[in-house]
Design a protein around this ligand. Structure first.
Ligand SMILES: Cc1cc2nc3c(=O)[nH]c(=O)nc-3n(C[C@H](O)[C@H](O)[C@H](O)COP(=O)(O)OP(=O)(O)OC[C@H]3O[C@@H](n4cnc5c(N)ncnc54)[C@H](O)[C@@H]3O)c2cc1C
Length: 332
């Protein structure tokens, strides 16, 4: 246990913050003991810090999940169920699957962060979401210390959303997850435009898809080790038909997905691109040149500065398009 621990190296924006108490969790027994000894203390659970923006000091206990371990729980001819502990690095786990030729998570390669955070916002990329392979997760309730299991149907997964962002927000710590992956006859998902070129390839493999996505992501997204960021700052807005029709009439080029007859998901990147100048910047904070959805810390910006920059974007987009951008990044 550390006191007044700096969290600067534990968040991908690289902003300064600190926790009054900090503990690195390596196993469940240790976690239970810590929770038992800190019943009345406010808590925050941290993984890789790649989807979080600290705007102030945290006057409580920061539980940094670093419990490792990957285990095959069951297996048939076609499928394998794998349990992964929360502190495993998500990308390393995906590469483990690629090596074993287990299918289902290859499109989610190179997403930063830890396994335990993956269900929180139902991570997604290139047409695939965690929910597509998710079986269940184990949790410990931060107040009652009870161990619980949440099956897929309990998790209320949605677009960058789950019960862990809603009813169970800051109430439980996810200690492990179980995923069901294919061993043979993999169902490749090439629905995403930039993967279309792989269609019809004779020797298509999990490895080939992962390699292709790694290449695309490296060319589009800033590496948090070099330039502070938390990936997409905002979610793509889901709007109703009346507003969509009005927008589409005026802006024919707006990228959208029709979700139902009355719901449309539109591109937040497009909204920002069509509101602000390319490379819009204020002090040390700006939008990334190759992807306007990503807010970057060019130097020593603080959390509040980044939050105000995001609010400024929200205000400008709202004024121009009557649409409120919702944060994907968790603000603390
Ligand atoms: C360059 C870049 C690209 C990205 N691309 C994508 C992408 O393509 N798709 C996508 O979905 N996301 C993307 N992200 C966002 C981010 O990587 C994911 O949301 C990731 O799952 C966050 O993991 P983390 O361990 O860093 O979570 P953290 O930032 O540590 O935590 C995020 C939230 O989850 C909670 N939390 C973390 N671990 C636990 C746990 N074990 N139990 C309970 N609560 C917990 C935290 O309290 C916090 O509220 C990207 C981020 C970056 C920097």
């Amino acid at each position: 246990m550390y006191l007044n621990k700096s969290l600067k190296s534990f968040n991908s924006f690289g902003v300064e913050s600190s926790a009054a108490k900090y503990v690195r969790i390596e196993n469940i027994e240790q976690l239970k003991k810590i929770l038992n000894n800190n019943k009345k203390v406010k808590k925050i659970v941290l993984g890789g810090g790649s989807n979080i923006l600290f705007t102030k000091k945290f006057n409580g206990l920061c539980i940094h999940m670093q419990n490792k371990g990957i285990e095959i729980k069951s297996e048939t001819e076609n499928y394998v169920v794998v349990e992964i502990n929360s502190g495993e690095n998500w990308h390393n786990f995906v590469m483990w699957c690629v090596k074993k030729d287990f299918g289902g998570v290859e499109n989610l390669v190179l997403i930063p962060g830890c396994v335990g955070a993956a269900p929180i916002q139902n991570i997604g990329a290139y047409g695939v979401e965690l929910k597509d392979v998710f079986e269940s997760c184990k949790t410990i309730n931060l107040e009652t210390l009870k161990t619980e299991k949440y099956k897929i149907e309990d998790c209320k997964f949605g677009y960058r959303d789950s019960i862990f962002k809603g009813m169970l927000k800051n109430k439980v710590v996810i200690t492990s997850i179980q995923l069901k992956l294919s061993k043979v006859n993999h169902k490749f998902n090439l629905s995403y435009k930039s993967l279309n070129k792989l269609n019809g390839l004779k020797k298509l493999s999990i490895k080939k898809i992962a390699q292709t996505i790694i290449k695309i992501r490296n060319s589009k997204l800033p590496d948090p080790k070099k330039i502070g960021n938390a990936g997409s700052f905002f979610k793509n807005p889901i709007i109703d038909k009346t507003l969509f029709d009005k927008l589409h009439k005026n802006y024919k080029s707006i990228p959208f997905v029709k979700l139902t007859n009355v719901k449309f998901k539109i591109s937040a990147a497009w909204l920002i691109e069509n509101t602000l100048k390319k490379n819009y910047k204020k002090g040390d904070v700006g939008i990334y040149k190759n992807q306007p959805l990503v807010i970057v810390n060019y130097g020593d910006a603080g959390g509040k500065e980044i939050m105000n920059f995001a609010k400024d974007i929200q205000k400008k987009v709202k004024k121009k398009f009557e649409i409120k951008l919702i944060n994907e990044v968790v603000i603390h």
